[in-house]
Design a protein around this ligand. Sequence first.
Ligand code: C5P
Length: 209
Amino acid sequence: MARILITSGPTRQYIDPVRYLTNASSGRMGCSLAESAVAAGHEVVVVSGPVMVDYPSEATVLWVTTTEEMLDVARQEFATCDGLIGVAAPCDYRPQFVQGQKISKTGQPLVLELIETPDIVATLGAEKGSRWVVGFALETEDHRFRALVKLEKKSCDLMVLNGPEAMNSDDNQVEVLAKDGSVLASISGSKPEVANHIMQIVSQRLVQA
Ligand code: C5P
């Protein structure tokens, strides 16, 4: 049995008090992985952005809004976990300046300067020591190559490659890639089915007996 940290869902980066940048991540893959991990007997901590899914009651769920908050909370929790499954889709950019008041329309184009947010999987991957990290990659071209570059760059032990059709859908089609570039599994099905198969691989290859 392991204590597994799962980052799940999107994050939000505010432009002004009422407007924000985000993406279409539903949290369903994170929720399915949390269910599979609980069913496999693992302790589960979920750090989730704002989503409507019902995480399993056995899991500890910590809610966050921004990518920076997700990193802070995930980093704190990772200290007591054996591994991380980074299935969240954190916002990669935030406005350099957040307006304190609602921006009024002027009839002119609004220019937003965006800067990069921290990468949670890469940050925790660099600090992982003897713990393991599973990343997810959503690619639209050069799929395997780009996923393997991310696996290496973010110090992951496994990378789950999926396409953009995974976003906000009930089904998913993934490849699980290992560090040596081999394809450990090609899985397609409902998100709960895909999650179960991914958890089997995680339990077999990464979780200490
Ligand atoms: O966005 P990208 O395709 O690089 O995401 C790949 C992996 O990195 C995913 O596991 C995702 O959860 C993670 N990620 C992250 N923090 C970010 C961006 C991505 O942890 N700011």
